[in-house]
Design a protein. Structure first.
Length: 320
């Protein structure tokens, strides 16, 4: 995002992993930032370094409830949602509510303030894809009543609602479909593969692989993702855009990379594959390259080294 000094930006879910990094970036670009989070899965620890910042304000707020903010608002970034399998399996109703009611409230605020709106959607809208890699034109293969459906369908509904506000109310909206992202501030026990493998490797505990490990994933470093989101927010493109790293590898290959970078002696432990677990996941980022001039720049090893250093710090503090 270009310099937007004195713009007022609202980040829902701003105390989460991605939301907190977005708050940092917006502040660095001169924005005034209002962070809304009910701390269901977010943490004050992610934004405590911003305490006392003259252009930052934190409000503990459930965005599924009445949403009112005095004064002007220029941008709304809707990132509020449980975002890991463990979270949305533990909080299925809250996940559906924030995708539906929370998105409705955030869009209503954007309409009232005449603000631009950006929805943080997900690659999970593609489900267990039958098209590979996944372009934005693919409609997905989602089990609406499976255990993962509460997240997948919440985000699919949120996308539909966002496009309805764009078409019917003329709201300036953007939709980012976020593929696997990693970096500092991930929660150690959120159930995602990056924190799970790093935590296990640092403790020399067996790395847990579900299934045979031949399912594939791709991993984008958080700084690259936030850069793409800021570019999308300033663009004139309103359809969904994939942001992620197209470099694909098997989960087993990724486990070996983590073990090597951590210098770990940990073994491998196989467990049954969860229901509806995607077998492939790789973004087609042609649209991001064309309309945003964006592609990831941080190599996997460089990003993992930063992330491992963060988790080593947590281990030293007894927080792993």
């Amino acid at each position: 995002m270009s310099d937007q000094r004195d713009s007022v930006s609202v980040v829902t879910g701003g105390a989460g992993f991605l939301g907190s990094h977005l708050c940092d970036q917006l502040l660095a670009q001169g924005h005034r930032v209002i962070c809304l989070d009910n701390l269901l899965t977010g943490s004050v620890a992610n934004i405590e370094h911003l305490s006392g910042h003259e252009r930052f304000k934190f409000i503990k707020q459930d965005v599924t409830e009445y949403l009112y903010l005095p004064g002007p608002v220029d941008h709304i970034f809707h990132f509020a949602s449980p975002a890991s399998p463990l979270d949305y399996l533990e909080f299925p109703i809250q996940t559906l509510k924030v995708g539906a009611l929370g998105t409705h409230k955030a869009l209503g605020l954007a309409k009232a303030k005449k603000a631009a709106f950006l929805l943080a959607s997900t690659s999970e809208v593609y489900g267990d894809p039958l098209v590979h890699p996944q372009p934005e034109t693919y409609w997905g293969n989602v089990n609406p009543i499976g255990p993962r459906g509460v997240y997948d369908e919440a985000k699919r509904f949120a996308e539909a609602l966002t496009m309805a506000y764009h078409r019917f109310h003329g709201l300036n909206t953007h939709i980012v479909r976020i593929f696997n992202t990693y970096g500092p501030r991930m929660r150690p026990r959120d159930g995602r593969v990056v924190p799970a493998f790093i935590t296990q490797a640092l403790k020399n505990e067996p790395l847990t692989i579900f299934g045979d490990g031949r399912q594939t994933r791709s991993f984008c470093y958080v700084a690259d993702l936030i850069e793409g989101i800021c570019r999308l927010a300033q663009s004139d493109y309103h359809e969904p855009v994939n942001l992620g790293n197209p470099q694909e590898m098997t989960v087993l290959q990724f486990a070996e990379r983590i073990r090597a970078l951590c210098g770990s002696r940990a073994g491998i432990e196989h467990r049954p594959l969860p229901v509806d677990d995607p077998q492939v996941r790789q973004p087609n980022i042609a649209l991001a390259r064309q309309f945003l001039g964006w592609e990831p720049r941080v190599s996997l090893d460089a990003g993992l080294e930063q992330t491992i250093a963060y988790f080593r710090g947590l281990l030293a503090q007894g927080r792993l």
